[in-house]
Ligand binder design. Sequence first.
Ligand code: KIV
Length: 274
Amino acid sequence: MDINEIKNLKGRRKITMLTAYDYPIAELVDRAGIDMILVGDSLANVVLGLDSTTKVGMPEMLHHAKAVRRAVKNALLIADMPYESYQLNPEDSVKNAKRFINEAGAQAVKLEWFERCLEVTEKITSEGIPVMGHIGLTPQTVDKIGGFKVQGKDAAAAQRLIEQAIELEKKGCFAIVLECVPDKISGLISSKIRIPTIGIGAGVHCDGQVLVIHDMLGLFSRYTPKFVKKYADLSPLITKAVEDFRNEVVQEKFPSEQYSFSIKEEEFKKLNGI
Ligand code: KIV
């Protein structure tokens, strides 16, 4: 998938996106035919056990983006720019975006809305780097938007989201994530811009949908937002497998002959007396 193929899907069929942070999961997601894979900064929460996405930086994001790149053959690969790389240091944003493209092999970067978002987006897109915007609930600046809450719930707030989306399109974004936005407002935004909207907790009227892979596979239980649908519940399966392993080792049932290597008896006999 390339940027134009993704843009051309708007109005034709819904676009699919999932996060991935490592080689084996990225390989499975790609093989299943997902259009876009995001190495999200949700890495902080669901993989690294941190309490805020602002706590991951360039080293962690590059490390995981490189692993995902090795697996992905078809999907468009997008790297999430971490807080420090463009919000804390806007003057370094182009340099950091280039690192995701040149070092990690990402095809695009994603930025969350913040007060200098339009300026930074323009700088990056003018260097020929595709940018995905992200408006609504923006976890990197959650303290500035009243917490983890649905955004755009009154007319004035919804109007601001519409304006942000229109401005991001003008600055060259190829798609925009809408997070935790009322479904009718997502529909309105989607109808007012020509680039695809990708929703998470933003209803059915978006041009596509994204979920965090650990949420939809039931691998993350610290909290589960209302918008998460668990398509599988892998945690009990993993716990059961680990318990079975533990019990079989303690009971000396594992490893049986099937999982062991042997030596010819005459060779073994030569060791008698050693
Ligand atoms: O980091 C992430 O996983 C994201 C998605 C929720 C869109 O930004």
